[in-house]
Design a protein around this ligand. Sequence first.
Ligand code: PPE
Length: 306
Amino acid sequence: MPFEKTSKIWMDGELVDWDEARVHVLTHTLHYGSGVFEGIRAYPTSDGPAVFRLADHMRRLHDSAKLLHIDIPYSVEQLVEATRETVRVNQVESCYIRPLVYLGYGEMGLNPLPCPVNVSIAVWPWGTYLGDDGVKHGVRVKVSSWRRIDPNVNPSAAKGTGIYINSSLAKIEALNAGYDEAIMLNSHGWVAECTGENIFIVKDGRLLTPPLSAGALDGVTRDSVRTIARDLGYEVVETDLLRSDLYLADEAFLTGTAAEVVPIRSVDDREIGEPGPIVRKIQETYFAAVHGEVERYKDWLDHVNG
Ligand code: PPE
């Protein structure tokens, strides 16, 4: 997806001009995919821009790094402050935020342990990830022929840069076949997640979502949606799902920071149809929460000005 430039990118404690935020071609992560990253959003609220669940994302960044033996030289609190500063200086009302921890210049070869650890935080305005029409009317998804990476091949709990080749292959396959997004099954054949989103279905009034042990990322949006759904009085169950459970769902949707909450209108050409009442209600509440319009979820917001 294209993006718009902003003015400054935070790199290892300095605010660098966007066009100067460069790395050397022998940067370790470019060769071996040895980095970790996050995707976060800031939204406009009545008290100015606020970042949604910022500390939770930075904790997950630290967890991802631990899984890959990377020591981030900044604490969660320092990364939270750096992010607030970066959003503030770029004077954006809403944006996508991309913290990246990468192994830098100075070492080559498969042992990453001696490499320097670099950190950058970039922000840019980003519209709907799966299209405005998708948010309103739902997206068409396809079960991929690519299996979700097995947690004993690569830790699927880590948001590791190189691990995303798996998602990209599935995404390309789905787009080439004329679908909007792919669903990946794990090596046992259970539903894991989408290429950059978690998945939920609604069956007989209950919400069902695959457990983390199925290979789903511990999505921050997934967690927010579970809380919202329970607060609205719906039962939420983590359970293994077959592809046929998707075909027979009453409603279905995917969740992610970039994508937000997006209804699914068909899976492998089995119609689910226009978004149903439960998806609509959850979507509406989620959008109100991120904009600071729901009192009980105000703790999820980190205001950048004061
Ligand atoms: N699964 C995967 C594989 C994934 O990448 C994401 C986020 C999620 C689930 C949902 O997690 P959360 O954002 O915490 O609710 N994907 C990020 C990257 C998207 C990209 O194109 O890059 C995101 O949504 O920011």
